[in-house]
Structure formats: C-alpha cells, structure tokens
Design a binder for this molecule. Structure first.
Ligand code: MN
Length: 236
C-alpha cells in the first residue's frame, strides 16, 4: 500500500539499497530471498540429502551491509558462519515465470555473504522451528556493488571464492549450482510473485566455516565483482 507521507504516524523507514559499480546510482532493495542447498559439495558438508530440491528462506531488506563496512558480530551465537554467494538483482517480476525468459528480468549481479548463526539455525532445524533467528538477523547480508547485466551479461560460470585473513576458505564455480539462476527464478516465482527490487542470494559452495571478531573476509566472483568486510566486536 502506498500512502501520502504526511499520513504516517512515524517517519517511514529508509529504503535499503545496493551500490552500483562505477556509478553514483543505487539499486533499491525490496526483499532478500535466499536459496538453501544449491551446490553439491556444500550439501555433502552439511550432511544433507543431495537429491532434495532447493528451498527458500528470506532476510529483511535492511540486513544489507555495504562493501568495506564492519559487520557487528551478532548476539547469541558462538558459531557464526560465512557463506559467499552470487546475488541476483531483479528489475522485473511476476508469477509462474519460465526459466527461458528469466534473464530478461535481471538488472544485475553482485557478491554477497549469507551470514548464518549456524548453532541457532541447526537448533531451530532440529526442533522444526523457523530459521529466522539463525539467518535473518541484523546485518546478516553483506553485499557488494552490483554489476549491470547490460555490461557483464548473465554469468553461468566463474570462480567464486572467500578468503578469511588471506586464507582461501571457499572456492567453487558458479557452474556447480544444482539449480541455475533462471531455474531458481522459475521455482521461486511459483511460491511468491517476484517484483522489481527483489534480490536473490543463490546458495554457497563448500568451505563454510566460522568467522570471529577481527576477521577480514574477502570475496570475489570472476566476472562479477568483489566484496570485503571486517567482522566487528560482539554486540552488547
Ligand atoms: Mn546460504
């Protein structure tokens, strides 16, 4: 619902947005959808059934943290994990979309980290409760500047890496995705109506591990871009 701003009883919240590489313009973010289990090696390291189709969860749009920022180490966890992921930013949407036409809806791509309170995620999973406390906490979605598809095309392959303090932790290739980006869009659009401003974090390759205050996380996707963040002290 849109409304005359003067009718709001408190000031409307700020519009979350992503930077755009080489530009002062911004991409406004509506929602963040995330794909679970989309790289075979990561499914194996998490001890899951590799024949299961991928599933989706969400983070709040204001969980975004920009490139170069310090991420506050979140509360209530002793096992915060990094998951480097390709981020897809939509300029179009709809329901029951077809994979063959999905690329036309993509504005651009970026590099993100699906930060995960792994201990809380697994505790929720084990008692069949929702995942929000493990996945959708404040500052849980660092995301670098977007590269427009008009400039880089639609990457179906390319090395995806995460280094922690210079040590290579995650090292995969976009070609290892079980469900590729157009298929992810098709599947997700069966569940919700996608819309311009929605972004999708498309799953992580293997090598997820704990990150602690003081860590410098450097992520890169070949042909897409980079993202570097520092883990800050624990929230009090
Ligand atoms: Mn993930």
């Amino acid at each position: 619902m849109s409304a005359d701003a003067s009718r709001f009883v408190i000031p409307p919240p700020p519009q979350p947005a992503l930077a755009i590489a080489g530009s002062e313009q911004l991409f406004p973010v509506r929602r963040i959808w995330c794909v679970g289990r989309n790289y075979l090696e990561h499914i194996k390291e998490m001890g899951q059934d590799e024949r299961e189709p991928p599933f989706f969860f969400a983070k709040p749009a204001d969980a975004i943290v920009p490139d170069g920022a310090t991420v506050p180490y979140p509360s209530l966890t002793t096992d915060l994990h990094h998951e480097v992921e390709l981020v897809v930013a939509l300029k179009g949407g709809g329901r029951f979309l077809k994979a063959a036409a999905a690329n036309d809806l993509i504005w651009g791509y970026g590099v993100g980290i699906d930060l995960t309170r792994r201990d809380l995620q697994i505790a929720s999973r084990n008692i069949k409760r929702p995942w929000e406390i493990g996945k959708a906490f404040d500052a849980s979605a660092p995301c670098g500047a977007l590269a427009p598809a008009a400039k880089i095309g639609h990457p179906a392959k390319g090395r995806i890496t995460l280094k922690c303090n210079g040590e290579l932790r995650q090292d995969g290739d976009l070609a290892q995705m079980i469900w590729n980006v157009p298929e992810v869009i098709e599947k997700l659009s069966e569940m919700v109506a996608l819309a311009p401003g929605d972004i999708i974090m498309t799953g992580t390759p293997s090598g997820v591990a704990a990150t602690v205050p003081g860590d410098r996380l450097e992520c890169e996707i070949e042909g897409v871009g980079k993202l570097t963040v520092t883990m800050g002290p624990a929230l009090k």
